[in-house]
Every structure is written in structure tokens, then in C-alpha cells.
Design a binder for this molecule. Sequence first.
Ligand code: FE
Ligand code: FE
Ligand code: ZN
Length: 297
Amino acid sequence: MILGSHVKMSGKKMMLGSVEEALSYGANTFMIYTGAPQNTRRRKIEELKIPEALELMKAHNIDVNNVVIHAPYIMNLANPSLEKRQFAIDFLTSEIERSAAMEATQIVLHPGSAVGLDREEAIRWIGEGLNKVIANTKDLKVKIALETMAGKGNEVGRTFEELKAIIDLVADKTRVSVCFDTCHTHDSGYDIKENFKGVLEEFDKVVGKKYLSVFHINDSKNIKGARKDRHENLGFGEIGFKALVDIIYDEEFKAIPKILETPYIGDNPPYKEEIEMIKNRRFESDLKTKLLKQEGE
Ligand code: FE
Ligand code: FE
Ligand code: ZN
């Protein structure tokens, strides 16, 4: 099982601190943003403590091939403004260069938002942008993992058909893949709680299972089809612990990293406890009260 969570990359330790955080949760992989997801200020590659991080990973059997990067939310390859689309292309290019420097093999991307409201045009722009980014980084192997989206606002990628339409436009298909987010697919209306196998069959028919490169494992605060995108801790939401654990333990996707993006409980990351729950296959209904109590002490 390849299991971890998103972790911070900040301060002096940068990526080294990310590895330490992942290890403290008992994880064997992790996901990082190369900086704050809501802005584009980034530290220089030389300041990221990459060699130190890779060394620590090696010592603890974290395979760098399973490490996942997440692109920031603020860029939109589907922005109707040509200038803003170009900004997104340039920034995603530099994010892929950073990812490659960290030896990561994939970067998760929210495909874009159809702010111009024409979804077909938005998809064309996303395809065009991806081709430019891939051309800019043609010597790098990093895959762009398009995330399945909840469909809030004008998000593109809320259906498998939309992801397929984007992938169809990408010239070099070895550079695209899909990040399957359990909260998002549930929120966009897929019945992963009762029928994960059926949903996967549909995904295979429309997109192709071979494109799956990472799972985001989150419960959801909202009912199926709510299009809200509000993550919940494992077992505390509408998807429930059993369905999520079944997905995590699915033999077919054993080799694919599973990343928790569940919310902090108070000021506490829940990942150590959630990873334990997953390993024990046992839901701890007092997880939240326990972590909140720790905080009070
Ligand atoms: Fe995401
Ligand atoms: Fe996600
Ligand atoms: Zn989300």
C-alpha cells in the first residue's frame, strides 16, 4: 500500500521538512505544493533542500517515484484572457521544472475553470495550454495528472467525459494522467460509496484505467452530487470509512499512491491517526474529540 498525505513544504527545511513530516505520520509517500497554493511566489530550486530530502527518503524506503506535487489553484489554463492563459502556461512550466528537480514523476492539476462559461472553448484552451507546457518541458518526464473535480462553480473536469476530451487534445499522451479524488467524484455525482467498481468501469470505458496515476482519499461533508467540494475526515462524512478503505485496499490499484487531503482537526493534522485507522482497517469514532482534547492540554 502506498499511502501518505499532503504535507507542508516551508521554513528552512523545505522538502527535507516535508519528508520528516510524512515519516512522522507513518506514511510511505506524500504530496506537496511547491509553495503556497494560492500564490505564485516560489523559492529557488537550490533552496528546497532536495538532496537532503532524497537522502532521507532513501534511508526510509520512500520511493521518489511515488511522490506527488500539486500545482497551485490560482492559475487557469482556460482563462478567456490570453495574457492570463499565457501566465498559467509559464507558471505551470516552471512548476514542472521544480517537480523534475525534486525527482517527482507527477504534478496534479485542477484542469481549469470555464469563467467564460463556454465549456467547449475552455476545454480547447486547456488542451492548447497543456500542449505548450509539455513542449516547453519536452525533456522532462513529469506527468500532468488532471484531477477529477467536484463541479463547483465553473470547474472543468467534473465528468470523465470532460477529462477524456482534454486528454484527446494532448499530443503527447505519455505526459498526461488522471488524479482520482474520492470527495470530488462523489460530489460531482458518481456513486463511489455503493458502486466504486461500477464507477471505475465507467471511467475505464470513457478515459481508460491506464491513465490513473494517483488517488486523493477524502471523505465528503456533502451528499452525492452536491457539487460542493468540502473534504471531511475519513469515516466522518457521506462516503464513509468502509467505502474509502475498500478503495485504498483495491488490489488493482495497489501500486498507485493514495494521498489524504482531509481537514485538520483544530490545529492538528489528522494524518498519523487516519493512516493508523487505514492500516488497522478500523474506524475510530473518537478521533476528532481525541485530537481536540490534545489541543486543549
Ligand atoms: Fe486538488
Ligand atoms: Fe484533491
Ligand atoms: Zn477538493
